[in-house]
Write a protein that binds this ligand. Structure first.
Ligand SMILES: [Zn+2]
Length: 324
């Protein structure tokens, strides 16, 4: 339950000094703006603009030389993998603020939106640093995720001449997580009991399929015009673009088309190693599911499997496969 009354008043008083506060640490780019990072970014994003990766094209462009994609701004100051694993800097007021929320039960965090503005194109060799201010903390809000507070920060980016090259705002919701939070690894198993699996987002296009699962049936969507089968459920036929559809029930018989064995990272609610297979159902479409009660080494492509609908945690039913 959300804190209220005097407790809430005291908590919100503790939040006040953070509004307008610089978080106290400066993010400094570990490398100057460089062609290698730009190329990797462009490959990952599928951005083929020559001004970013082709020196000749860039030379003939309005820039006259290679430049970095503006949207890459934040990449220059990110801390790498250490961000997730390293000890936080004790001077970091943003982390301190998050810990204060955690201590009052607002342990959930989700990023909700960001706005960015780029003052100029960054060039190779530019050295970037950034400072961040906690701009505002909202009133307590009731959201779809739970009771919480929105925290807005603004990060300003500067170059080696201390000229501002852009800024971004970042908004997160710190909310009261209803599920027992795995606060620390040591506490988690005892406090949380058996973790529940993540639930699917249900909407107009897929609710019917989960209703079938609830009734113990593995349904396959079928185009009413060209009869093509499809899964997962979607509103339009990929073969003939018809939006008229019906469905058939699968016998659950199939063969393994391909599979992977997942060992790490371990997501709560699953048992590892976890065999995840793409199954050719005998009806003629494919379905992705877990294969249970088989040693990973014994799984083979072409192996005959049979689906059944089972509870995979206290609430959720799913089709799972076993060796036929
Ligand atoms: Zn069709």
């Amino acid at each position: 339950m959300a804190i209220s009354g005097k407790e809430r008043e005291d908590f919100e008083k503790q939040l006040e000094p953070y509004v307008g506060l610089d978080i106290g640490i400066e993010d400094r780019g570990r490398d100057p703006v460089n062609a290698a990072m730009v190329r990797h970014w462009c490959e990952a994003m599928g951005d083929h603009c020559g001004a970013y990766t082709d020196a000749d094209q860039a030379g003939n462009s309005v820039h006259g030389e290679l430049v970095a994609p503006p949207t890459m701004l934040q990449a220059w100051i990110l801390g790498g993998v250490g961000m997730a694993t390293g000890e936080s800097d004790p001077r970091d007021k943003q982390k301190e603020l998050h810990r204060l929320f955690d201590a009052h039960g607002f342990t959930g965090v989700v990023a909700t939106n960001t706005e960015q503005e780029y003052t100029r194109y960054l060039k190779m060799g530019d050295e970037i640093r950034a400072t961040t201010v906690i701009e505002s903390i909202s009133e307590q809000k009731a959201t779809g995720l739970g009771i919480g507070y929105f925290i807005n920060t603004r990060t300003r980016f500067y170059d080696q001449n201390d000229d501002e090259v852009g800024w971004l705002t970042f908004r997160v919701l710190k909310f009261e997580n209803e599920a027992p939070a795995a606060a620390t690894e040591a506490e988690a198993p005892a406090a949380a009991g058996r973790p529940q699996r993540l639930k699917p987002a249900l909407a107009h296009d897929n609710q019917w399929w989960w209703d079938c699962v609830e009734q113990g049936e593995l349904a396959i969507q079928k185009c009413s015009d060209c009869q093509a089968l499809r899964h997962p459920p979607r509103p339009m036929c990929g073969e003939c673009q018809s939006s008229d559809w019906e469905f058939v029930f699968s016998t659950g018989q199939g063969t393994i088309h391909s599979y992977v064995v997942i060992r790490y990272p371990e997501v709560p609610g699953y048992t590892y190693p976890l065999v995840v297979a793409v199954v050719d159902l005998e009806e003629g479409t494919r379905f992705v599911g877990n294969v249970l009660d088989v040693e990973p080494d014994d799984v083979e492509i072409g192996m005959a499997v049979q689906a059944s609908i089972e509870l995979v945690d206290d609430e959720m039913k799913l089709p799972v496969f076993r060796r036929a």
